[in-house]
Write a protein that binds this ligand. Structure first.
Ligand code: LLP
Length: 428
């Protein structure tokens, strides 16, 4: 469910007309729904209510300060992957003591910064990193709280670029090697305190099965680590998938009600129902690291059609957003539903929607049946709240778009559009 729907013939985010936002702030423009962010966070929190848990939002999905501030206000912790993300969390009023720090390549500077800020845990991805962490903490006269990321060798059945839980992926330490590593760390690394275990098998999982498989496989290991080393938490990672294909319709309660159990995508309550019984008696605090499930369907990228170009082979609708603003279709063949801001009639045409970038990969869809929107019209790319703006770049020297947060009838600019001067700031 989410806050985007047609009202009086025009696409709205909550009570704000997207056409008026496009007219006032220009396009391309990211628009987020505060109500949806709150709703998704709360749904997941409630779905896990049967177990001692904490939702550590994956900052990488959408790191706008206002989004982080909103989630911090709901009590969220944060999963970060860089010193920069920790800086953002602190700026937004988040609590460093609720931050976990993931990633295979943390630098000394990042580790020192996070140690001084007193984060909850470094989620370490190799023995080499654990030894380095011990050394840096020792140099500062501190003890580093840590967890090792286990690679459970489970197939997440998602796009190969966002699957992380197989032995051939660069992430984590092989399942079979974990016990030995904890034993060596306990004996040899006095400046590290192992307080948990972490895993994350991949992103955009649309079936519950891989989650169940991973939890069941790792449970004996985590219990053994608890007994031998007194660990207190288990982070089961993020990865809950969202609806991309029917995402506008999925905003309404009816859509979910009408779907049969088999065709209904993974829901937050289904996730909780499957996992809480398996986790509740372990005597461990369970951490979750959702990014997309919170933010994905809470945002759209608003663009405008510039031209229609009819060739001999195809019709192209050229819009003013490009792959620099939203790279998911080019990078992962990501599907984003494309809907005109003005509610369309029934006519459909087969088109490619493309951006202005000088690359053939700069498309948002190919040969898709879409309403016949015209130059000048506003168009929304749905489900862009996660891994949208955060992956945008200045390629082709295009300014980064503005971001708007809508809450009820109020729309706030939470990041200004870059200016031409911003584009060259810092250059000689
Ligand atoms: N925890 C760890 C350790 C992760 O690496 C990730 C995502 C998450 C949590 C959050 O996963 P989520 O709940 O959002 O699925 N840019 C790609 C997705 C990359 C995900 C990277 N890691 C995309 O646009 O699909």
């Amino acid at each position: 469910m989410h806050g985007f729907a047609y009202k009086n013939g025009s696409l709205h985010c909550e009570d704000v007309d997207l056409q008026s936002l496009a007219d006032e702030h220009g396009t391309p423009l990211y628009v987020y729904s505060a109500g949806t962010l709150r709703d998704h966070y709360t749904r997941l929190d409630q779905a896990m209510a049967g177990v001692d848990h904490e939702v550590a939002y994956a900052v990488k999905a959408n790191s706008n300060l206002s989004v982080l501030r909103l989630l911090a206000g709901l009590g969220a912790g944060f999963d970060i992957v860089s010193g920069g993300e920790l800086f953002r969390v602190i700026k937004a009023g988040g609590d460093p003591a609720k931050c976990t720090f993931a990633g295979v390549g943390k630098t000394r500077g990042e580790i020192e910064y996070a140690l001084r800020q007193g984060i909850y845990s470094f989620n370490v991805e190799s023995e080499e990193e654990l030894r380095f962490l011990n050394q840096v903490a020792g140099d500062l006269g501190l003890t580093a709280p840590a967890a090792v990321r286990v690679n459970p060798n489970v197939d997440a059945k998602t796009h190969k670029y966002i699957s992380t839980g197989k032995s051939e992926n660069k992430f984590g330490v092989d399942f079979e090697l974990i016990e030995g590593l904890y034993a060596r760390a306990a004996a040899e690394l006095p400046h590290v305190k192992l307080r948990g275990l972490q895993m994350h098998i991949g992103s955009q999982l649309t079936s519950i099965q891989p989650f169940i498989e991973a939890v069941e496989k790792v449970t004996p290991l985590v219990l053994s680590l608890k007994e031998k080393h007194g660990i207190e938490f288990w982070s089961i990672g993020g990865g809950i998938g969202i609806v991309y294909h029917d995402s506008l319709a999925a905003g309404s309660v009816d859509w979910w009600d009408e779907k049969s159990e088999q065709e209904r995508p993974l829901t937050l309550s289904q996730y909780g129902q499957a996992l809480v019984p398996r986790l509740k008696d372990l005597g461990l605090k369970i951490l979750l690291e959702p990014g997309r499930a919170i933010a994905g369907n809470a945002g759209v990228l608003l663009t405008r059609c510039l031209f229609e170009k009819k060739g001999t082979a195809k019709t192209f609708k050229i819009v003013d957003a490009g792959m620099n603003d939203l790279i998911r279709p080019a990078l992962y063949e990501g599907h984003h539903e494309i809907v005109p801001v003005t509610e369309p009639g029934d006519t459909r045409v087969s088109v490619d929607v493309v951006g202005p970038i000088c690359e053939s990969g700069d498309f948002f869809c190919q040969n898709r049946e879409l309403p016949d929107f015209q130059p000048g019209e506003g168009v929304a790319l749905m489900s862009c709240g996660a891994y949208g703006f955060v992956m945008a770049s200045n390629y082709n020297t295009r300014p980064l778009p503005a971001e708007i947060l809508v809450d009820g009838a109020t729309a706030t600019v939470v990041r200004q559009r870059q200016t031409l001067d911003d584009l060259v700031a810092g250059e000689l």
